[in-house]
Design a protein around this ligand. Sequence first.
Ligand code: TRP
Ligand code: ZN
Length: 474
Amino acid sequence: MSRTPRALAAVSLGVAASLAVTAAPAGAAAARFTPGAPGAGDPYFPDMGNGGYDVAHYDIGLKYDPATKGIQAVTKIKAKATQNLSRFDLDFLGPLKISSLTVDGRKASYKRTGAQELVITPPKGLRKHRHFTVTVAYSGVPQTIDDATLGTSGWVPTPDGAVMLNQPFGAATVFPVNDHPTDKATYTFTLSAPKGLTTLANGDLRGTWAKGGWTTTRWDVRNPMASELSMLAIGRYDVLKGRTGSGIPNLTATDQAMAIKPADAKKFHDQTAQVTDFQASVYGRYPFTSTGGIVVKAGVGYALETQGRPVYDLGRRPGSIPSGTLLAHELGHQWFGDSVSPAKWADIWLNEGFATYAEWMWSEHADGVPVQKSFDGVYATPADDGLWKGRVADPGRDHIFDGLVYDRGAMAVHVLRTTIGDGDFFRLLKAWPAAHRDGNASTADFVRFAARLSGENLDGWAKAWLYSEGKPAL
Ligand code: TRP
Ligand code: ZN
């Protein structure tokens, strides 16, 4: 599903086009059918995503067996060709073994190449605009990714199961996927595990079934979601269901291995509701059909803004729950990062700068700490500190989770606020997520949008705070 032009895909087409094959159907005017690009054209992650098609829906059916710690899965992908396709790639990574693969119900030939390409050649070329369904059955123990600078992601084992954390990559360790934020899609998860284990995912719980010692849950994600924000969790969880004060369904869960007291689990649940409602009053209507959160014991050392239901890993602090500011960060992402996703990974400050600013706003709202004080605290960092190295709007592949993106991103937001004034700033905080809801946007889109809304020339601000290295003067 794409709601913004996919100019990115064109970048890597040059190489693929030279491998063009011609497969003109008899009687039709000769049409060239060429392979889809093996990447979405993101400079930081050239293999991620693919070209030539657009996914509308993932239907992921997955059964977890604690005896093997492995999965048996069938993923069905509904997509539409965006060119005449002779073949196309999905991203699929690790030791999972494919037992069958069909396109529109017919056996398709495939091979796995490079780090993560699953190259699929359907029996006949797929004409541009054609809808098609890819069904892949597979099993095994999914891989966990340990990236030297970006940490642990993908399928991450927990004491009684596993959790899937996919930022910036990881989804391909669990399901075949067009793994780039520009190809958002709706999702259905159907998850089975032996009775006694809980299964969780993004979206709304549609049902729970018990049969022959196994329990199955189904989850629906109705808003388009970037694959990096897809999540599932299996284990022993205590689950709380309710609604926020304004009526948004709220589902939270805590891993029993974290030994969180029931009163604290309730506090986590209620604070999630309060933060969600507060942020909806500042950023505009909550963008999804439910909110919530999951406290896991994964040992990854970070929290993640998985869509509609962030994951909080507090592995080294058993018994504790996320702070209000951490909730504000991950829930703030629902507007900034999740509903409006970056066009390229280089634009990630649009996620992290605003999520960090959400922390500052929550601290002011809940604890009376002025936003200006939070700004002053980080701005005081000496000019020769590493924080001021690199550029906020293009930090480099290995630095997408660095302080430069988070803290300098939030400072950029605050200086924008002082430049355009509170009236325009708070209008912007609502107008931006509304304008790009369920879509993607770039840094340039944002600067243009803010300039148009405020009527100010923001080139100086953007140059100093987004596009240059070093500590800007105030
Ligand atoms: N993007 C996450 C957040 O801000 C944090 C995160 C995800 C992270 N993966 C990471 C931080 C890897 C450090 C390393 O909520
Ligand atoms: Zn964040």
